[in-house]
Design a protein around this ligand. Structure first.
Ligand code: ZN
Length: 270
């Protein structure tokens, strides 16, 4: 479970309690939420509840502020035992129109961050975002592009496949297999694509409420060799306003109904 799904109404400590009470074993966490409750308390609670952090959100955008915090984020991700840290490049800088240049710059930054991350023993995760977000959120928009970057930059860099961002891609099957062959699929994020989608950032659907063939996508990712947890990540104004316990319960139930392997992998909920 990614804390962002319920963070509007549950701070990190509450979130961890809600997950543990439902036998969810893996969480993805946020640096800003850790700071709100205090690093020591957050880590102690996570350990006491026996939860494992897979993803740390996040490094970026790649501007002066974001990069100034990067090393601190890597250190903290390592301290929390996270498997990977998400990279969020940000979109075009103000006044910038040269997208190829922005992409080259992002690659240079990722190469530098990768050196640092290797030192901390955490992986970096490229999560291609939907192409409609290229203006203001990211310059990495396809799995193909993320795979190419991984090929060029080498060990310690992988991809996260989020259904919301890649479900439309005609190359999805081939690029998922390519990522799997390289052993670089670090995560699989689920939610759904609503029709219509009213807000590009905060109108994701609960699994089953939209048009993505989630079972087929899970089969692709599992077929490519990914055997890690399924991560529920729903950025949604509507779901954020609901009772966090109810949201998590519904998410678990939907995973068990829609995703054939989630029962054994993601949770042991009864
Ligand atoms: Zn995601």
């Amino acid at each position: 479970m990614n804390h962002a799904t319920v963070r509007q109404r549950a701070d990190m400590l509450e979130f961890l309690e809600l997950c543990a009470a439902r036998n969810i074993r893996f969480v993805s966490i946020w640096g800003d939420e850790i700071e709100k409750v205090g690093e020591d308390r957050a880590l102690a609670r996570m350990q006491a509840l026996g939860l494992t952090a897979v993803g740390y959100n996040r490094i970026g955008p790649f501007d002066a502020d974001g990069l100034a915090r990067a090393e601190r984020d890597l250190e903290r991700a390592a301290q929390f035992g996270c498997d990977h840290v998400f990279l969020f490049t940000g979109g075009l800088a103000p006044g910038e129109k040269d997208l190829p240049r922005a992409r080259r710059h992002a690659e240079e930054v990722i190469a530098r961050l990768l050196e640092l991350a290797r030192g901390y023993g955490v992986k970096l995760a490229l999560e291609p975002l939907h192409p409609m977000l290229v203006g203001d959120r990211t310059v990495i928009t396809t799995l193909s592009q993320a795979n190419d970057l991984c090929d060029r930059l080498g060990a310690g860099l992988g991809v996260v496949i989020d259904v919301h961002h890649v479900w439309w891609d005609p190359c999805l099957a081939a690029e998922t297999a390519r990522a799997g062959d390289a052993g670089r699929i670090l995560g699989f994020h689920v939610n759904d694509w609503l029709v219509p989608t009213r807000d590009m950032l905060r109108d994701r659907g609960m699994m089953g409420d939209g048009v993505i063939d989630l079972a087929a996508m899970e089969a692709l990712v599992r077929g490519a060799g990914y055997d890690g947890p399924v991560e529920v990540e729903i950025f949604s104004k509507d779901w954020a306003e609901r009772d966090p316990a109810e949201v998590i319960d519904i998410a678990i139930e939907r995973c068990h109904t829609i995703l054939p392997t989630s029962r054994s992998v993601e949770t042991t909920a009864t």
